[in-house]
Design a protein around this ligand. Structure first.
Ligand code: IMP
Length: 443
């Protein structure tokens, strides 16, 4: 295909804050216009909740496109796959009548999250939170304990990694695990884990059995995706986690272990980024964060509790209460820049109904009193920033039955207009409730 003929048919959906922006709903909305839905990063640390009528689906690894019978879902090479979680997800979808067959393709090069990765994740977090690093410092990240960091670490270590394709060759898997288990057992013991040493025979037989169950889905997804492009099929890239959790561009070290901005798409799929012309940046009308790390606009007070309560701000994956605060547009503008966002989806606007006044952070004040509109993608530096707010009038009425943007109260429209002005990107989608129908689409 000629490069100039690359249409705007391929779309990426990415979170612009610290995750949980409601990407699942945006992906679900855009799925109808695409043929193939691709996950390119992260693992079972992500969680999407999609409502279809009265049915609620919570998905961690499989793209929500699986709920449409005519779409293909691809878990590409950049994802770390916990085969146990994946099989549970497949089984629970099938039990509810959702077909999972040729419509799910998994990269043979995606790395496997093994049980010792999860043990390592939890043990390391616990050691770090026990303040071994100093008298008062808690150095834990607040991970989801899904083994994400250790699995990506093994990918980079190379010699101790296991990929999905490896699960299909039991002898090779067994040979590898004999060495890996000896190393990991020693490491886990050093982290204070008292369990018996890892058993390579048991792990090899259990994980090759899981591989066999997934065998028909495992393939070379790089050629597969290029074949789809040649056939003119349109692709939707579904980002997991979010830009401010990106390993290179987020609030390091309080980030996840993959490139979850759109910059992760080329490496995580094998498709050059030039194919993607439309990037929908998903943001909440306020800010939330789970786990540790700086959060300049956090409201650890009545306002934060009210947002948490109205927005039901508890993690899909871990159930943890989320930290809540005012909308940080310095952060959103930065993420929109990193991700090449062409349109915004502003989610959960209905949660802000009933506040007399709303605050928007447009700048940060540094310790020396100077003001900047630039984000600080470093935890230490960001923790020294104080938010500079604009105050906007709120609206009292509920907006969950608004049918389009013009039907919103004037102050809600003004709030959206100000977001567009500060970020410099149009708001294309506004969500005013969990249902598919409670979505105001401008394009
Ligand atoms: P990990 O990805 O489990 O290693 O966790 C690293 C950090 O990213 C922690 O602060 C997690 O709470 C956060 N995190 C990872 N995935 C998500 C997500 O999908 N939503 C929100 N936070 C996440």
């Amino acid at each position: 295909m000629n490069a100039d003929n690359r249409t705007e048919q391929h779309t990426a959906v990415v979170g612009l804050q610290w995750g949980d922006e409601g990407k699942g709903k945006v992906v679900d909305l855009l799925t109808a216009r695409h043929d193939v839905i691709v996950r390119y990063n992260g693992g079972a640390n992500a969680g999407h909740t999609v409502m279809v009528g009265e049915e609620r689906y919570a998905l961690h690894l499989i793209p929500s496109g699986i709920l449409y019978s005519d779409k293909v879902c691809v878990i590409a090479n950049g994802v770390v796959v916990d085969p146990q979680v994946l099989i549970e997800e497949i089984d629970s979808l099938r039990a509810r009548g959702v077909e999972v067959a040729d419509n799910l393709r998994i990269s043979d090069r995606a790395h496997v999250v093994m049980p010792y990765h999860k043990e390592h994740d939890a043990a390391l977090e616990s050691v770090l939170s026990n303040r071994v690093g100093g008298e008062s410092e808690d150095l834990s990240i607040g991970t989801t304990r899904r083994g994400i960091g250790p699995a990506y670490a093994d990918k980079v270590h190379r010699s101790t990694a296991i990929r999905m394709g490896d699960l299909l060759d039991v002898n090779r898997l067994h040979r590898h695990l004999r060495v890996i288990c000896a190393i990991r057992s020693a490491e886990l013991a050093a982290l204070g884990v008292t369990a018996p040493p890892l058993d390579p025979d048991d792990l090899a037989s259990r994980y090759s059995a899981l591989g066999q169950r997934l065998a028909t889905h495992i393939t070379d997804t790089v050629y597969l995706l290029h074949d789809y492009l040649s056939e003119g099929r349109s692709i939707l890239f579904e980002g997991a986690n979010a830009c401010l959790l990106d390993i290179d561009h987020g609030t390091y070290p309080y980030v996840t272990s993959s490139n979850c901005s759109t910059l992760g798409i080329p490496a995580g799929t094998g498709l050059p980024g030039s194919w993607i012309r439309r990037v929908v940046g998903t943001m909440k009308a306020y800010s939330t964060r789970v786990g540790a790390g700086p959060f300049p606009t956090e409201q650890d007070n009545e306002t934060g509790l009210r947002i948490r309560d109205r927005g039901n701000e508890y993690g899909t994956t871990t159930g943890r209460p989320r930290r809540c605060g005012w909308l940080d547009l310095v952060a959103v503008r930065y993420s929109a820049m990193i991700c090449g966002v062409t349109g915004l989806a502003c989610m959960l606007l209905d949660v802000l109904s009933g506040f007399d006044e709303l605050r928007l952070c447009t700048h940060y004040r540094r310790a020396d009193g100077s003001v900047t509109d630039r984000f600080v993608p470093d935890a230490e530096g960001l923790s020294r920033m104080t938010p500079v707010y604009e105050t906007l009038p709120g609206w009292s009425q509920e907006i969950d039955d608004a049918s389009d943007r013009s039907a919103l109260p004037a102050n809600a429209r003004r709030y959206l207009d100000r977001i567009e002005e500060v970020v410099g990107v149009p708001v294309e989608i506004v969500s005013v409730g969990p249902e598919r129908t409670q979505t105001l689409v401008e394009v």
